[in-house]
Design a protein around this ligand. Structure first.
Ligand SMILES: [Mg+2]
Length: 305
């Protein structure tokens, strides 16, 4: 039986990872900008687009009781604020939706095959929680929630890997079992190669130097450069403190907030919300996030009864 604490841990882990790693993302200009934007008036750490779009997924699901792409696209657009650190393509797309354009036309406007970024994978853990709580299948739920902003097959597959790992973590599958399950169904060669490397590291049980992780798994903004990296951190640190995992991801740099959001969600799904209690007053809106996670869990309980 999945516990409510695991839903709460998953959502809070995502938000805490995102907020605390945000000031380690990108180069000097991004870091300097977040130095000024990264705190609320009362000194709490602000979350970025990763958490905002995850909140959007949760709120749209709780309103519609299933995945409604038009409603979700509108929810994404209504929540858009430049100060959350959205990438330029996502910002352009969301402003277009807000101005009445259709997401089906906008999501392949800049890139013919759609964006390959990790913006769908970063919110995929919450899509996994929602799909557990309704009749829609996991892969269908994730791909439909992904394609609104990230239509490229690699972006969708990255989101599916993160969501599938989240679901298996929730039901108590061990790390190696999760990675083996992901390896069975993976399509893109880049994921196949990186998952097999990640499986080797996790099976070996020895933390790799950050330089090795950066070179072999990646730390970039593409889904193919960050999703398996997040799985590596979630599984290698599953029995260690969240703060140790976070420090390692910040040391890795690159797209640190999104890697920490994805790894944090899976770590939280495994270890539960109580393991994250020390962060309760440090991050904005964690009480709201806990409430959303609890509401999705109550829907899940209604489904399984
Ligand atoms: Mg972000």
């Amino acid at each position: 039986m999945i516990e409510k604490s695991q839903f709460v841990g998953c959502f809070k882990g995502l938000a805490i990872g995102d907020a605390l790693a945000a000031s380690y993302e990108g180069g000097p200009i991004e870091r300097l900008l977040w130095h000024f934007l990264g705190r609320t008036k009362i000194g709490q750490r602000r979350y970025t687009d990763d958490t905002q779009m995850s909140i959007d997924i949760a709120q749209s699901f709780l309103t519609c009781k299933h995945l409604d792409q038009t409603h979700l696209a509108q929810t994404f657009a209504n929540s858009y604020r430049w100060s959350r650190g959205y990438g330029p393509s996502a910002a352009h797309l969301l402003k277009g939706i807000k101005n009445g354009e259709s997401w089906e036309r906008l999501n392949r406007k800049k890139f013919a095959e759609g964006s390959m970024g990790n913006g769908a994978a970063m919110r995929a853990p919450i899509a996994a929680l929602c799909s557990l709580s309704c009749h829609d299948g996991l892969m269908d739920y994730v791909s439909k929630s992904a394609e609104i902003t990230h239509a490229h097959p690699q972006a969708i597959e990255g989101a599916q890997l993160i969501a599938h790992a989240t679901r298996l973590a929730l039901i108590g599958v061990e790390s190696i079992g999760i990675l083996q399950a992901l390896c069975v169904n993976v399509i893109a060669p880049v994921y196949k190669l990186k998952l097999s490397k990640c499986l080797g590291y996790v099976a070996g049980g020895k933390l790799q130097p950050i330089t090795v992780i950066k070179a072999e798994l990646g730390n970039g903004m593409l889904a193919s450069e960050s999703c398996v990296t997040a799985l590596y951190f979630a599984f290698m640190y599953r029995r260690l403190a969240f703060s140790e995992m976070l420090q390692a991801i910040c040391d890795l740099g690159g797209d640190a907030d999104t890697i920490a959001a994805m790894a944090g969600a899976i770590w939280g799904a495994i270890n539960g919300g109580l393991a994250l209690i020390e962060y309760d007053n440090q991050i904005e809106d964690l009480a709201v996030i806990e409430q959303l996670a609890s509401s999705i869990y109550f829907r899940y309980q209604e489904m399984v009864q």
